[in-house]
Every structure is written in C-alpha cells, then in structure tokens.
Design a protein around this ligand. Structure first.
Ligand code: HAM
Length: 431
C-alpha cells in the first residue's frame, strides 16, 4: 500500500495541545469566577449567523466585513457567515428572545471561537478564541467604569502585569456627524497621499481611515483632527465621569484620541488593553459602548457596553512573561505505580476513591520496575508518585515520593486520603 500524505490543520487554525490546554482551561475558569462575581450569566450563540447580521451590526465598510469574513451561500441560497465576533450575535439574541422584558440591565458573558480571514502571524489566527461580556440596558458611565474594573480584576487574578489600558470617546450620533464633516474636509486635502482603501473610506466612512495599517499612510493620518475636539456637551460629560470613576478606583489609563476601533457600532467609550510582550499584534482585549446597535438590528433602544479578550494572545503574553506557569501547572498529579496483580487491584480501588474526591490520579497501565515508573511519572510531570507492591499491601503503608523535592516518606491509606482528598474537600467546603 502506498504511503498517504498526512493531512494538516487549515492555515491560520490551530490545535491547542496539553500542557497549554491546561492554561487555557485555567484562564476560562478564572474568567467565569470573575464574571459571576460581577453578576454576568453565560450566553451561548451559534457560530453561524446570517451574513446580514454582521453587515448591519459591524458595518459594511469595516475591514472585517469587506475582507475577512468566511461567507458562503447555503443550499437554500441563504448567505451565511462564520461569526467574526460575538457582540452582534448577543444583541441579535437579546432582540430575538425579547430579553429586554422585564426591563433592566442584562449582563452576559461568552467564550468561544471567532473566525476572521486575516493574514496569519504571531498572535493573529483565522480561528481564534475570545472571552467577552456584554451589559445591555444602561448608558451610565458607571457601567463603563465597572466593566473596565472587571477587566482589570480579571487580568490581575491571572497575574498579568505590564499592560496598558487605553481609553477614548468616539462621540454619539449627535456630535459624530459634525466631526465627520471636518474629517472629510481634512481628508480631501491629503487624499492623494493615502492608499486606495483610505481614498474610498474618505468618502464612504471616514472614521475607518484610523484603522489603516499601511505604513506610508501613517504620517498623514497622524495629522488628522481627532474627535475629542468635537464631542458634544453630553459626550464630554460622559467621558469626564468615566475618567473620574476610573481614578476613584485607582485604575491607571491613558487617553488615546485615535482609538476608534474597527467597528461601526461604537459610540462614546472605547477602550483597549495592549501588552508589550505581544509584538505587532499587541491588543490583548478591546471593547466599548454601542448605544445604537439594538436599534440598528431592529430592536428597541437598549444602550450597552462590552469587551472581548483575545485568549490566544493572552496565553502568548503569559508565556512570554512566564508569570502564570506555576498556577497553571498546580494540578499536582499523583502517579500510582504498582507491581503485581494484587497490587494492581488494590491500586485501582485506591485510584477510584481518590478520583471520586477530585484528586488527579494517573494509574499506571502496566506493572513496572521502580526506575521505569519514576521515569514515566516524570514525563507526565506528576507531582507525586505512590508505590504499591506486595510488601506495601501487607503493611498497609506506601512510599510516597515528592517529585519536586525528591523526598520520600511512608503513608497509610488514611494519611493519603487526608493529605490529598482531605485538603481538597476542605477547600471545596469553604467555597
Ligand atoms: P476586537 O478588538 O475585534 O473586538 O477583538 C477583541 C480581541 O480579540 C482583540 O483585542 C484580540 O486580542 C483578539 N483578536 C482579534 N482578532 C484576532 C485574530 N485574528 N487572532 C487572534 N486574536 C484576535 C471585538 O471583537 C468586539 N466584539 C469587542 C466588544 C465586545 N466590543 C463590545 N463588546
């Protein structure tokens, strides 16, 4: 038989393998804990939506909609798209299920894959994972401050340091048109110095010029007026209050007047967290307010704000800074090595008892010499090895080796349960 070529994952789409997957699980668990503490509940929306949702929600002129979506015509000629982000989907669900009834603030979190057909590079993939939240039903800057506080709490619970929080206000439907008129005028003056995309955007959607990544365009873009000078009194007051609330919380931030972010739905507050360890793709997370989005998608007025963290980039930043290695690996696997059939049957019972109390146990599949067992356990990064042989069975005591220190002591079954399961049950009971 001829040898077959092995198949590979699709370009820009990756497998997340152990031990990294353990860090991913840890991040997701911490995120859930933080979100629950801020009274958010999980929402799960489909990976596939009708294309029009993103055209109307994210914006026809955005890079995402013009260049990056995976869109196809389904067998019934309906145009479908793999979600490039989740905010539009959450708002669609909010409207579809009339979650605005009864009235009040509704808070959702989600985590899962998003799809954008970008050029893959470090920190940029075609399938990537986001962890995000959306709070719908209030336009108060107190909510914006709370969302940003939650983001900072999440990063610090995950021991990430060295990040910078950027904030801006992109105005509202009242003051934006005034600014856009000024911007159009200025863009007309530098039109021939801009790339073809920016020349088009200058007329169709001038704010999107700020998303341009073409190096040759940057000097001209840097000279353009920013929206800060054109904010109406209400937007200025909203932004001032947000800054005050952040200062009250002792949250450090930098105002970045060019932070317009690549979506048409943003109004007023936009924010991003960037991290130096990430290189060119330095945005770890981004978010903002979208006070007109529910109406754009056919629902009632319901202002909201949310953010999404790029989980792939978060993992990269953590690995670069090594800050989280220990907490991710703190599973403390217990490896049970046995010698002989009787010892195996006894070990299997012991393993079942420990596992039922949530202790992570690897039970050797084959009998092994002690040296070989220790090698196997080390390869699995087991923290402890328990050795069960005939003598141990007769005495009811087993040698327990701490693989980190090399120390070995003898423990009875009761001591073992107390040491591993006892400590854990106590923690679980205190929760
Ligand atoms: P976004 O800025 O497009 O915002 O994405 C949020 C984060 O997802 C980025 O900061 C980045 O970490 C990550 N990300 C984006 N594209 C990629 C990629 N190709 N590869 C790896 N990571 C990526 C949103 O998606 C909005 N829905 C955020 C939001 C929620 N605004 C309000 N609510």
């Amino acid at each position: 038989m001829s040898r077959k070529e092995p198949l590979r994952a699709v370009k820009g789409m990756r497998d997340i393998l152990p031990p990294d997957s353990r860090l991913w699980g840890h991040i997701e668990q911490v995120a859930r804990d933080v979100f629950h503490a801020y009274a958010y509940n999980e929402i799960r929306t489909p990976l596939v939506e009708v294309t029009e949702l993103f055209a109307r929600g994210v914006g026809e002129e955005t890079d995402i909609v013009t260049k990056e979506m995976y869109t196809w015509e389904d067998r019934d000629q309906q145009s479908l798209t793999l979600r490039p982000e989740a905010t539009a989907s959450v708002i669609r669900a909010y409207i579809e299920h009339q979650l605005y009834n009864p009235p009040g603030l509704k808070k959702f979190y989600y985590m899962g894959p998003m799809f954008r057909r970008e050029r893959p590079q470090k920190g940029r993939y075609r399938q990537f994972f986001q962890i995000g939240t959306e709070a719908i039903g209030s336009e108060s800057p107190a909510l914006d401050a709370e969302v940003i506080e939650m983001v900072v709490a999440l990063l610090s619970r995950l021991h990430l340091s060295g990040f910078t929080l950027l904030v801006n206000s992109v105005g509202c439907m009242e003051c934006r048109p005034v600014y856009l008129a000024v911007l159009r005028e200025e863009l007309a003056k530098v039109r021939e110095r801009l790339c073809a995309d920016c020349q088009r955007r200058s007329e169709t959607n001038p704010l999107r010029v700020f998303d341009c990544k073409v190096p040759a365009d940057q000097p001209a873009i840097a000279q353009l007026p920013t929206i800060s000078g054109s904010l109406c009194a209400a937007c200025r007051e909203h932004f001032d209050r947000l800054q005050r609330y952040l200062q009250d919380r002792r949250i450090a931030f930098t105002i970045e007047p060019r932070l317009v972010r690549g979506f048409d739905y943003y109004t007023r507050t936009t924010f991003e967290v960037v991290h130096g360890a990430l290189g060119a793709q330095n945005a770890l997370l981004g978010g903002g307010r979208y006070d007109g989005l529910t109406e754009a998608l056919g629902g009632p007025r319901a202002p909201g704000i949310g953010f999404s963290l790029g989980e792939d980039r978060f993992v990269l930043a953590v690995q670069e800074t090594m800050a989280n290695r220990d907490s991710a690996a703190e599973g403390g696997l217990l490896y049970i090595a046995w010698l002989g059939e009787e010892a195996y049957r006894h070990s299997a019972e012991l393993a079942r008892e420990l596992r039922s109390r949530n202790v992570a146990v690897e039970l050797a599949a084959d009998a092994g010499k002690l040296k070989k067992s220790l090698e196997l356990a080390a390869r699995l990064q087991a923290r402890y090895v328990l050795i069960v042989g005939d003598q141990e069975l007769a005495e009811g005591k087993y040698p327990l080796r701490d693989m980190a220190s090399g120390e070995q002591r003898t423990v009875s079954k009761e001591e073992l349960l107390e040491r591993f399961a006892g400590a854990r049950s106590k923690v679980a009971a205190e929760r």
